[in-house]
Design a protein around this ligand. Structure first.
Ligand code: PLP
Length: 360
C-alpha cells in the first residue's frame, strides 16, 4: 500500500533549473533573484511592497518593531494559532494578550477582542487560520476606533481573500510564511507586504543591519540580519509560477473531501467559501481525533493533530477562558492535504474514515 502523507512539499524540475541557474550565476545571497521573487509576491497579492525575510515568525516580529511596538505594549493574538504568532510578539519585546476564537472560522472572536483592549494595547494580530478570515471590516473598525495597528498573520493564507482583497493586505502590514508545509515553499522563508513606503523602509532597515539599502554602509538605526537568499528565491520563483493551479486544485480537493464525508455524521467540516478561501490543510472535527489518527496511520494514511492552545503551553500559562480554542484543539484533525494528491487518494482517505466510523 502506498503511503499518503499528511503533507509534502512539491518541488520539481522547474525548481531544479532555477536553482542551477542561480548557483551558476555565482551569486547566492539576497539580490536580484530575491527582488524578482518579492515582486512576484507583491503583484500576486496586489500590494505595493513586499520584503522577503528568513521566516514567517521573524517577519511578524519585524512588522511589530517597524510599527514602534516595544516593551510594555500589548498585542492581541488568538489563543488558537501556531506558536510562532505569540512568540513573535515576545521577540519584538511586547506582551501577547490571548483571545478566544470563533467556531465558524477559527479566527479571533471580535467580541472578546474589544473586552481585552487596554491602555497598553497597540496592535491586533489576526491570524488567518487555515486561510479563513475573521470579519475584517469589523476588525478594521475596532482598530480605527481604538487607534490600533493591524498586523495580519497570513502565514497560511497565500491564495485567500476577504471580499476580493488578498489576506495580508487589509491591515498596515501582512506576513506570509513559505515554510515547507505551505501551498508553495522556499524551504524556510517569510514575506512582509505593505502599501506604506515608510513602513517598507523601516522593515528593510530592521532586516539589513539598519542600512538604508544594500549598497551603503550607513547604519542610521539598529537592524539585524533577517535576510533571505537567492537560493530560496530561485525556489520561490519556480513555485510562484505554479501557485494559480495549486489554488484551484486545493479548493477542489476541499470540495471533494466535503462531498465524500457529507454522509459521515460523526465528521464535521466548517462551511467554507471556496471562492475566497484556499484551505491550506483540510480540517475536520471529530470526537476522538487521536483514535481516528491511529486507525488511519495503520492504513498508511498520515494526519496531523491540531495545534495545542497557546494558553496551555508552559511559557503562556495563565488565567482566562478559551472554550472554543480548547474545543478546536481537542477535536480538530488535519487530513492529507498535499497539492499533488489525486481524487483517487482523497477517496481512499475518505473510505477509510467511513470504515473507522462503521466499526464504531
Ligand atoms: C499561523 C502561523 N503563524 C506563524 C507561522 C510561523 O511561520 P514560520 O514557520 O515560517 O516561521 C506559521 C507557520 O506555520 C503559521 O502557521
Amino acid at each position: 500500500m502506498i503511503r499518503i502523507n499528511q503533507m509534502e512539499p512539491w518541488i520539481g524540475e522547474e525548481e531544479k533549473k532555477e536553482l542551477i541557474a542561480t548557483i551558476d550565476s555565482g551569486w547566492v545571497t539576497e539580490a536580484d533573484r530575491t527582488y524578482e521573487f518579492e515582486k512576484m509576491v507583491a503583484e500576486f497579492v496586489d500590494s505595493r511592497y513586499a520584503l522577503a525575510v528568513n521566516n514567517g515568525t521573524v517577519s511578524l516580529a519585524i512588522a511589530l518593531m517597524a510599527l514602534g511596538i516595544e516593551r510594555g505594549d500589548e498585542v492581541i493574538v488568538p489563543d488558537f494559532t501556531m506558536v510562532g504568532s505569540p512568540n513573535a510578539v515576545l521577540l519584538a519585546g511586547a506582551s501577547p494578550i490571548l483571545i478566544d476564537i470563533q467556531k465558524d472560522n477559527l479566527c479571533l472572536d471580535l467580541y472578546e477582542v474589544v473586552k481585552k483592549i487596554s491602555q497598553k494595547t497597540k496592535a491586533i494580530m489576526p491570524v488567518a487560520m487555515n486561510a479563513r478570515a475573521p470579519d475584517m471590516e469589523a476588525l478594521k473598525k475596532i482598530a480605527k476606533d481604538y487607534d490600533l495597528f493591524i498586523v495580519e498573520d497570513a502565514a497560511q493564507a497565500l491564495g485567500s481573500y476577504y471580499k476580493g482583497k488578498h489576506l495580508g493586505t487589509l491591515g498596515e502590514i501582512g506576513s506570509f510564511s513559505f515554510s515547507t508545509p505551505k501551498i508553495i515553499t522556499t524551504g524556510q522563508g517569510g514575506v512582509l507586504v505593505t502599501n506604506s513606503k515608510r513602513l517598507r523602509d523601516k522593515m528593510y532597515r530592521i532586516k539589513d543591519f539598519g542600512r538604508i539599502d544594500r549598497k551603503t554602509q550607513k547604519h542610521d538605526t539598529i537592524g539585524f540580519n533577517f535576510k533571505f537568499t537567492d537560493i530560496q528565491a530561485a525556489l520561490g520563483i519556480a513555485q510562484m509560477k505554479k501557485l494559480k493551479k495549486r489554488i484551484e486544485w486545493k479548493r477542489e480537493m476541499y470540495r471533494i473531501y466535503e462531498e465524500e464525508l457529507a454522509e459521515v455524521k460523526e465528521v464535521k467540516m466548517l462551511p467554507t467559501d471556496l471562492s475566497q478561501t484556499t484551505p491550506w490543510f483540510v480540517d475536520i472535527f471529530v470526537n476522538k481525533p487521536l483514535s481516528l489518527k491511529k486507525f488511519l496511520s495503520q492504513k498508511e494514511i498520515g494526519t496531523r493533530e491540531f495545534y495545542p492552545t497557546i494558553h496551555s503551553l508552559k511559557p503562556y500559562r495563565g488565567s482566562g477562558r478559551f472554550p472554543v480554542s480548547t474545543w478546536a484543539s481537542q477535536c480538530g484533525l488535519w487530513l492529507p492535504s498535499s497539492s499533488f494528491l489525486t481524487k483517487k487518494d482523497i477517496k481512499r482517505v475518505c473510505r477509510e474514515i467511513k470504515n473507522f466510523f462503521k466499526k464504531g
